[in-house]
Design a protein around this ligand. Sequence first.
Ligand SMILES: NC(=O)c1ccc[n+]([C@@H]2O[C@H](COP(=O)([O-])OP(=O)(O)OC[C@H]3O[C@@H](n4cnc5c(N)ncnc54)[C@H](OP(=O)(O)O)[C@@H]3O)[C@@H](O)[C@H]2O)c1
Length: 305
Amino acid sequence: MSRAVVYETFGGPEVLELRDAPEPHAGPGEVRVRVSAAGLNPMDWLLAERPEAAAQFGITVPSGFGYDFAGVVDEVGGGATGFAVGDRVFGGALGKAAADFLVKTPAEALWHTPEGISDEVAGTIPVAGLTAAAALAAIDLRAGDTVLVGGAAGGVGVFAVQLAKLAGARVIGTASQNTFEFLRKFGAEPVAYGPRLADRVRALAPEGVSAATDLFGTETAEAALALGVPPERISTIAAGPNPPGGVRATGGFDAGPGAMERITDAILAGRLTVPIAATFPIEQIREAVARQAGRHVHGKIVITL
Ligand SMILES: NC(=O)c1ccc[n+]([C@@H]2O[C@H](COP(=O)([O-])OP(=O)(O)OC[C@H]3O[C@@H](n4cnc5c(N)ncnc54)[C@H](OP(=O)(O)O)[C@@H]3O)[C@@H](O)[C@H]2O)c1
């Protein structure tokens, strides 16, 4: 048997159930992964909560839950290439990750886990890491930039802040006051989000900011426009279909070739760390999701199996 988180109706954490089901097996061209860690992202509970969002991804109920995962390949179907039984892997599988076993094609969103990176860390990288890389690539971030990062302490933010520092930028990140010390550990200069953000940023960087990425909504993008940052040097990942003023909407699928390797290389070199705010055993999926959906997590929440 295999345990899997499923939901039969759309709703909050209370609709999530851990159920026993027959083990899935790798069919032709597929691999099976024994999952040991599954990082949570806002998309997981948004899709479980909002039928209209789920529909955009082709999800109908009953559905499995989760996307990011790490574990070990334990079956390889005929014709599946690049992965062998016993390989440590991490990746993404929509609606499948929060389960003992998942089956997927290895052709996309599956990587070998480098020796030296734990499953708990690897299982946080696909969505947040690639989205952060895409958000910075969209604004052509480079050494010498002063970049304003909105929502800098969240799952995507912790990757974006550190990748921006590695690129040689000065990083100013929005957060609540309680989070300032946390952000400073990653080399970001904290600034409080909320009304009159542009004024506070101006006070911190009188010479101006040259680029911005809004990882929470539109407030940071609007502040950056007010500060005179050109729209093509402002990106958003959570602004919906109509980001303000011609700024660039982007997402993990835009990360570009080599982004994952740059992230894992930086982790291995000790130049990027993934703060894990909490791990929850899969039996506590509802508590884990409620914590994530509260929108004040610093870093990542991971489910363990
Ligand atoms: N387009 C894509 O491909 C893509 C991919 C990944 C994520 N996303 C979206 O991007 C957003 C961020 O994802 P995430 O994983 O980083 O989320 P997250 O981990 O839930 O973000 C939590 C962080 O948001 C901060 N925050 C709370 N209220 C805020 C506010 N009003 N203004 C600015 N920051 C605030 C919190 O800081 P404090 O604790 O200090 O309040 C906390 O550190 C989500 O909306 C997600 O759906 C999009």
